[in-house]
Design a protein around this ligand. Structure first.
Ligand SMILES: Cc1ncc(COP(=O)(O)O)c(C=O)c1O
Length: 398
């Protein structure tokens, strides 16, 4: 028992824990901290979905073990969504599986397809931590591909593939991206599929933010590319689209062999989500979608409030076309200190908590991620804090 456990040893201390700890200490001192740290939706799930959960929970037959790969009705609803939204045909029995949130799905897919010590994964940097750590836990090696501009991605990918032996086998992608909010068009995916076929790569695509798009931008799916199913699986989540993060409902769809591998692994590990949750999730996908328009509009208005307010405070940041995040480049005078120190300073001086970009990978260190999860009133309060901090703060920047 003296030796450190192999997998635990591979997990570095959580960068976000530093800011979280300072936040807790400040709150314990009675300070009012505006928390933009975590992408955790603050509004409740739409009522018709909750109502269906309540109803289904009253029925005893829904209390039994469910199906590990998800009930047929929910897999069918997922395939219906892909048909309506992307015009992609999927077989609910062979090409779709329900997961316990997309995080679980991704993690177990990594475990299912990693050959420990022999699998290398290309992962964007910066990226949502599970895109990397699912594979670290599974025993794969990671090749970090810098990704701050979509136009540079293929050169970086090519470089990574050509300079690695044995060649990488898996490519992880996520657009619209967390944390950078980067978006791509269908041509980008055409190139990804061609690249994957040329280099014999499996592609795992995470589209958790596919429905949170603004200003007329509509996120594509990699599965829209003809032949994508030969190489790709896509992970979708109900957490953000329907304000259902606590319910833990996600899916994986696409390549039947990969879906089968995940299905097989999960059949040993779980009995599926509580059935009333699955029934209600199907209602979410099949039912009225005005709730999604409202959720999207909420993030859009918060985005504009924040981006415009920061600009007035002298902090110009990009206005994201999608996601629930603003990926803000640290103002020049503070950039050298790095994102962790800047986040600490923002917490102490402006009473605002954000996620340091370095927590998503070293290429994120000139940025912080601001999650749009505080209401208008709190966001305005945060903006006043930022303005006060900037107008008083030239000595701290030195
Ligand atoms: C890009 C991305 N993928 C996956 C997830 C996890 O989603 P789920 O709640 O479905 O596990 C998140 C959550 O923040 C995310 O940002």
């Amino acid at each position: 028992m003296e030796e450190e456990f192999y997998r635990i040893k591979r997990l570095p201390p959580y960068v976000f824990a530093v800011v979280n700890e300072l936040k807790s200490q400040a709150r314990a001192r009675g300070e009012d901290i505006i928390d933009f740290g975590m992408g955790n939706p603050d509004h409740p799930t739409p009522k018709h979905i909750v109502d269906r959960l309540n109803e289904a929970a009253q029925e005893g037959r829904n209390h039994r073990y469910s199906m590990s790969k998800g009930i047929h009705g929910l897999r069918k609803a997922v395939c219906g969504y892909y048909k309506r939204r992307f015009d992609v045909e999927l077989d609910p029995d062979r090409e779709a599986i329900v997961t316990i949130g997309s995080k679980e799905g991704l993690s177990h897919m990594a475990l299912a397809i990693t050959n420990p010590g022999a699998t290398t994964v290309l992962a964007p940097n910066p990226t949502y931590p599970i895109h990397v750590y699912a594979f670290v836990i599974a025993g794969a090696d990671i090749l970090h591909v810098p990704l701050l501009r979509a136009e540079d991605f293929f050169d970086a990918l090519k470089h990574a593939v050509e300079h690695t032996w044995p060649r990488p086998q898996i490519l992880m992608i996520n657009f619209p991206a967390n944390p950078t909010a980067m978006v791509v068009d269908l041509d980008f995916y055409v190139k990804v599929v061609a690249f994957a076929k040329e280099h014999d790569l499996i592609v795992l695509s995470d589209v958790a933010y596919a429905e949170l798009c603004f200003d007329g931008y509509i996120a594509p799916s990699i599965l829209q590319v003809p032949g994508a199913k030969d190489v790709a699986v896509e992970f979708y989540s109900m957490s953000k689209t329907y304000n259902m993060p606590g319910w833990r409902v996600g899916f994986a769809v696409g390549n039947a062999r990969l879906i089968n591998a995940l299905t097989r692994l999960k059949s040993y590990l779980d009995y599926g989500l509580f059935q009333p949750i699955q029934i209600a999730a199907a209602v979410g996908l099949n039912g009225p979608q005005e709730c999604v328009d409202e959720i999207r509009e909420l993030y859009r208005s918060r985005r504009d409030l924040l981006v415009d307010g920061l600009a007035r405070a002298g902090w110009e940041v990009d206005r994201p076309k999608a996601t629930m995040f603003v990926w803000a480049r640290i103002p020049e005078e503070y950039r050298k200190m790095g994102s962790l120190e800047f986040s600490k300073l923002l917490l102490q001086e402006a009473k605002v908590a954000v996620a340091p970009g370095v927590g998503f990978g070293k290429h994120g260190d000139e940025f912080v991620r601001i999650a749009l999860i505080e209401n208008e009133h709190r966001t305005r309060q945060a903006l006043r804090g930022v303005r006060r901090f900037f107008s008083a703060g030239s000595d701290v920047a030195a």
